[in-house]
Design a protein around this ligand. Structure first.
Ligand code: NI
Length: 248
């Protein structure tokens, strides 16, 4: 079930069955010459949508803009400052909590969001901690590539040139959903991009001129993306199910 395509009455009925919701969360930022700007928002959304087809998970709208300031020297990147993102996440959580959701599972697609999402969780919990009041909501952050078994699957499929940004695994996931966007332009130069520190946007573009970090995403295919999506969807159903039932 997807929140966006449900009526309020259907949501109310769903809440009588489960107080859990999965929120895909990501970013719009450059993903090298072969990857889509929406990759980090699309990956968790694609996985969650696939899980929704074969389970009773409730999937919320995608929080699709993240903390991507270091990619702003590339056209198409849209970023929230950490402080803006923290405030937005808290408003999303409080909206859902008001309706009775008690377990909110953020399925994340962007490593650069992690620190900010965790800070948002701390700010949310602080209202209860300082007031000595029981908090009615538990929050979970899970990067999709850290779902049980998925990190190993990705590096088994792409043992060379996986890298850390514009990786073949994330690019493959998007190709599975948008096969018309699969790269057919041949090898990149250099074949495997450099690694290095992340600082401001200008520094990033200087270090990583085509946007990739440590990766060779030309190995991504629609078929390999499908393998990652189906395994990730199954892992999400188990992982979110455990959390919604009170574990973790
Ligand atoms: Ni990414």
């Amino acid at each position: 079930m997807h929140l966006s395509s449900s009526t309020w009455q259907e949501l109310e009925a769903q809440l009588s069955r489960s107080k859990g919701i999965v929120i895909p969360i990501g970013s719009h930022e450059q993903h090298g010459p072969t990857g889509l700007l929406g990759t980090d928002a699309l990956c968790p959304e694609i996985i969650a949508r696939e899980a929704e087809k074969i389970s009773d998970l409730l999937i919320g709208p995608t929080f699709s803009i993240g903390m991507a300031q270091h990619h702003l020297a590339f056209p198409g990147t849209i970023s929230l400052r950490p402080s803006t993102m923290i405030a937005s996440i808290i408003d999303w959580v409080n909206s859902l909590a008001r309706h009775g959701f008690t377990r909110i599972y953020f399925l994340n697609g962007h490593g650069g969001n992690v620190a900010t999402i965790q800070a948002a969780f701390s700010e949310f919990y602080a209202d209860y901690s300082y007031a000595a009041e029981p908090c009615p909501v538990a929050l979970m952050l899970k990067n999709w590539w850290e779902l049980p078994g998925i990190g190993k699957l990705c590096t088994d499929i792409f043992p060379v040139g996986h890298g850390s940004h514009a990786t073949p695994s994330e690019v493959a996931v998007t190709y599975w959903a948008y096969p018309e966007k699969a790269w057919s332009g041949g090898a990149l130069d250099p074949k495997i991009a450099p690694e290095g520190p992340i600082r401001d946007a200008g520094d990033f573009r200087g270090r990583f001129p085509d946007g990739r970090m440590g990766s060779d995403p030309t190995t991504a295919t629609v078929e390999l993306g499908g393998k990652i999506v189906s395994a990730s969807a199954a892992a999400l159903i188990t992982d979110a199910g455990k959390f919604f039932s009170g574990a973790g």
